[in-house]
Design a protein around this ligand. Structure first.
Ligand SMILES: [Zn+2]
Length: 146
């Protein structure tokens, strides 16, 4: 584990986002991998205590995604970090991006029941803003005759 990773994992926003991702991964894993064997996550983030006393329990496949997501979150170059789905920097490998998208799609609506309502609302608002901005920049381009 690099010092840089350990340092980033002490940032409270990184911790918050990483825990949220883990909650989503757990919801997704329980819902869509009902027969998979689950074990407490073993990852660098977990070793650093990011998840508190209880490690998220996921299957091997979801553990791989989560460990990958920890690194991507820790090394996000944007400050402040936008919501990943509205970010123009695609830092995920395409396969992992697809898998994370599935996790978000499944767990996002379900997470509202688990106390993530505020995060979900923030996400929707950020999405509308990103859409408006994309439309505005398109309109500017169109009027410039491009
Ligand atoms: Zn799973």
């Amino acid at each position: 584990m690099s010092d840089r990773f350990a340092e980033k994992m002490r940032d409270k926003d990184v911790v918050k986002d990483t825990r949220l991702l883990a909650d989503f991964a757990v919801i997704h894993c329980r819902g869509l991998h009902p027969h998979a064997e689950r074990a407490p996550l073993v990852s660098d983030g977990q070793a650093l205590g990011v998840y508190g006393r209880t490690a998220p329990e996921v299957c091997d496949e979801c553990a791989e995604l989560l460990a990958y997501a920890e690194r991507r979150r820790a090394f996000c170059p944007k400050e402040p970090k936008p919501f990943c789905s509205y970010c123009d920097t695609h830092c995920y490998r395409p396969e992992m991006r697809e898998r994370m998208r599935d996790v978000m799609r499944y767990s996002g609506p379900r997470s509202i029941l688990r106390g993530h309502a505020i995060d979900s609302v923030r996400h929707v608002i950020a999405g509308r803003k990103a859409k408006r901005e994309a439309e505005a920049s398109r309109a500017t381009r169109d009027s410039a005759g491009e």
